[in-house]
Design a protein around this ligand. Structure first.
Ligand code: NCD
Ligand code: ZN
Length: 347
């Protein structure tokens, strides 16, 4: 018997679409299944002001395939020069749904991020007042801290003090990768949420490093040891409202991934829903997939759930996703989960 599952149309609460030729190439991969996505602002130059966010939104809408219905939810990139009045206006107009905090140097195009939190105090206070969420890339950038410890150290030394100093600030811990992240997210009440990526439910650090280096599994925050992957699986499949999907699908052309200094990012937009159905089925939690992909995120962001639905179907034979998509910017390798995928989203 064919197994199938109907879900509210999902949203992606953390997505990199880039710009220009890459945007045009990758946008259809997300718009095919997802109703909305929180669009990361780490372009070159970054999306800092309300005007820049409006222009970027228009470029995204112009790049949508005919007939697609997809709403980009725009995000401002927090810098030490961000003007609280601009943030307030961009939120009041309905344009901007979050502000992104990159600790300077933490990841791709983060050099314009925050070094001294005192310099963004007025912006954070404004955000707390108007209820605008802060999406946080939660890693310290100190060279002395081991890359596998940077998330846990960030929670203790930066995130917790920051939240205590800014009562009422709504925070999303982006792409959590550790059991410490899972535990902290759960303690914060309705003003604290956490996104979890598709790939962090599937790979641990062995997948990147054992038996030869696999650049297409390298992303930031880097995948950790197995116990952390298991904690993430438990959280994602728990149905608890604080955890929701943010794929962090982050395309880079193959030439920059397969490189002496390879870029961080896994491109999962193409097969995310198939991978997630597989994971949730393995965990005996297919009945909680919809909470993770389609309900918990809108509840946190105080947005209605999507109107439409998608139907996932499990096939006897595995579905062959393309190994790469070919954008005008160059080929981009699609995330390989390392197991056959039997679930597809019905067209
Ligand atoms: C992201 C990118 O390429 O922009 N890379 C990644 O590994 N996730 C940046 C980010 O989200 O950290
Ligand atoms: Zn990201």
């Amino acid at each position: 018997m064919t197994q199938s599952l109907t879900l509210r149309r999902p949203d992606d609460w953390h997505l990199h679409l880039r710009d220009g030729a890459m945007l045009k190439g990758v946008l259809p991969e997300t718009a095919r299944h997802f109703g909305r996505a929180i669009i990361m602002p780490n372009l070159v130059p970054p999306v800092v002001t309300g005007d820049q966010a409006a222009a970027y939104r228009d470029r995204i809408l112009a790049a949508l395939p005919e007939g697609a219905s997809f709403e980009p939810l725009m995000v401002l990139y927090l810098t030490e020069g961000t003007d609280p009045a601009d943030v307030r206006a961009a939120h009041a107009s309905g344009l901007v749904k979050a502000v992104k905090l990159y600790p300077a140097g933490a990841t791709t195009n983060s050099h314009g991020g925050v070094r001294n939190f005192e310099n963004v105090r007025a912006v954070l206070d404004t955000m707390a007042e108007i209820g605008l969420p802060l999406c946080v890339h939660g890693e310290v950038t100190t060279h002395e801290v081991d890359i596998f410890d940077r998330e846990a150290v960030f929670i203790d030394t930066v995130l917790d003090p920051l939240r205590r100093a800014t009562p009422g600030l709504r925070v999303v811990m982006e792409h959590i990768t550790t059991e410490e992240g899972v535990a902290y997210a759960r303690t914060g009440g309705p003003d604290l949420g956490a996104t979890i990526t598709t790939h962090h439910l599937i790979i641990n650090r062995n997948h990147i490093l054992a038996g030869g280096i696999k650049p297409h599994y390298y992303c930031l925050p880097v995948a950790k040891r197995e116990k952390h992957r298991l904690a993430l699986r438990k959280a994602a499949t728990s149905g608890e409202g604080c955890y929701f999907l943010g794929t962090d699908s982050a395309p880079h052309v193959d030439a920059l991934k397969e490189h002496a200094c390879g870029c961080a990012g896994c491109f999962t937009a193409t097969n995310t829903m198939s991978c997630l159905a597989h994971v949730f089925e393995e965990e005996g939690a297919l009945d909680r997939l919809e909470a993770f992909t389609s309900l918990n995120g809108p509840a946190f962001y105080r947005l209605p759930v999507n109107e439409g639905t998608i139907r996932l179907v499990k096939h006897e034979a595995p579905h062959a996703f393309p190994e790469k998509i070919y954008t005008e910017a160059g080929p981009v390798t699609v995330f390989n989960p390392g197991f056959p995928l039997h679930w597809t989203v019905e067209a």
